[in-house]
Design a protein around this ligand. Structure first.
Ligand code: NI
Length: 187
């Protein structure tokens, strides 16, 4: 439908607690999902949350649809070329439950914090539930990068941006400074 402007850190909408979706399979919800998808694809994001396009609802999308070039076994996100493939997922009114207490540190970026990266602790294993845009239940046990992406996007629904999760702000800086010799895409 439309590529939307992604709000950047400092915009009040990014700090709100978003409201739950009350009705599924409505034209408005389908337009929102399409806008999120168009915007995420345009920006090569690993995921995006509705508040990032100024819609304060508990809707996130993440992962990749399998768009394969000839000879390719799987498509990779150019922003996270070494990451595991996460299936394209629409997740509405999500509930997250960490499995165990183990956390791990890894780099994150965010479309709302362009040109920067930081090292963020996240739970390694996660049980998440929610609904797709038609009201079908989504229920998954995941780990690693998939679990990290969901935790990052879920945080957007509670007004939390990843820099707020960084333990040591020395681990926060410009992408091209941290990764000068790599072709890491600038957001
Ligand atoms: Ni983000």
């Amino acid at each position: 439908m439309a590529i939307k402007t992604v709000l950047r850190m400092g915009e009040p909408c990014l700090l709100l607690k978003a409201a739950p979706v009350e009705q599924f399979d409505t034209p408005e919800l389908h337009i929102l999902i399409q806008d999120l998808e168009d915007t995420m694809l345009h920006m090569n994001g690993a995921g995006i949350a509705a508040p990032q396009i100024d819609v304060s609802l508990r809707v996130i999308i993440f992962g990749q649809k399998p768009i394969l070039n000839q000879g390719e076994k799987e498509s990779k996100n150019p922003r996270y070329p070494n990451a595991d493939i996460v299936p394209y997922t629409v997740l509405i009114n999500p509930v997250l439950k960490p499995i165990g207490t183990e956390t791990e540190l890894d780099w994150e970026g965010c479309l709302s914090v362009p040109g920067m990266r930081g090292i963020v602790p996240r739970y390694v294993r996660l049980h998440y539930t929610g609904f797709d845009q038609f009201g079908n239940v989504v229920d998954r046990l995941v780990s690693g990068f998939h679990a990290r992406v969901v935790q990052h996007e879920f945080d957007h629904l509670d007004g939390i941006l990843y820099p707020m999760r960084i333990n040591d702000l020395k681990d926060f800086g410009y992408t091209d400074v941290f990764f000068p010799n790599q072709d890491v895409q600038d957001d």
